[in-house]
Ligand binder design. Sequence first.
Ligand code: CP
Ligand code: NVA
Length: 304
Amino acid sequence: MKRDFLMVRDFSTEEIHEAFDIAIDMKKDRKKYSKALEGETLALIFEKPSLRTRTTFDVGIQQLGGYSLYLSPAEISLGKRESVYDVAKNLERMVQGIMIRTFGHNIVEDMAKYAKIPIINGLTDYSHPCQAMADFLTIKEVKGKLEGLKLCYVGDGNNVAHSLMDAGARLGVNVTIVCPRGFEPNMIAYNQAVEDAKLTGAKIEVTHDPFEGVKGADAVYTDVWASMGQESEAVERKRIFMPYQVNSKLMSSAKSDAIFMHCLPAHRGDEVTDEVIDAPNSVVFQEAENRLHAQKAIIYKLMK
Ligand code: CP
Ligand code: NVA
């Protein structure tokens, strides 16, 4: 039975911890896994830009002994030049796994339904599960544990927020989303997280007051106010989101040893100030590096 990774909740709590253990082992000793996926090819379909996702999947599969195949937006044009079904039925005969970054989440779900090979979600408008895996791996490295910690995400209730709730629920980490009214996370994503959290005791909540929200937080997280595809809303969003900027004043409401997190790319001066993102407690580049290790563990688990 092939497995896909479209949401963090596609893995059980035990499977996520197992993936973290593999990732930590891979990070310690890159050479140990250099033949783990020898000769296997992972196709990388991108319908949106990327620095981290592109680099880490590309380098990651090569470090495991495999090959990557980059397919740019201009090349495939999913659903326009060719149907998602036909793309899936072609690629499953040529490669052993597919990572997709696209707009509609239904596209990755359809791809997973049609293809006989593992499908990995490299970001949709709905979720960014590989990012959340790297983020919680980072928290585990820095704090030495996960269960019972509090992560406060300040900003748009977007794909990244959804995956943080998803992962927090699975891992017993309390997740508070603080957003302006009208920019709350999707209700389905929230309800699923609340449901999953019953198994781990995590508290998942959505509030609107940034200073109240970050109180007692072990990690404060933010993301861009206008995601890829929302560029035309950027000016209006900037006005609405400015009170939600993560600056030193807001950080001082969190625990004194709180870390600052961001999936990147960051719009410095908007959702986060230079002072916060460049502070010693900012772990943004460790998160970026951990995309490599976490995703190597994910592709190893799915493609081995
Ligand atoms: N965080 C992240 O996914 O970065 P890219 O958009 O550069 O891949
Ligand atoms: N929410 C952002 C995340 C980028 C990694 C976006 O979708 O553009």
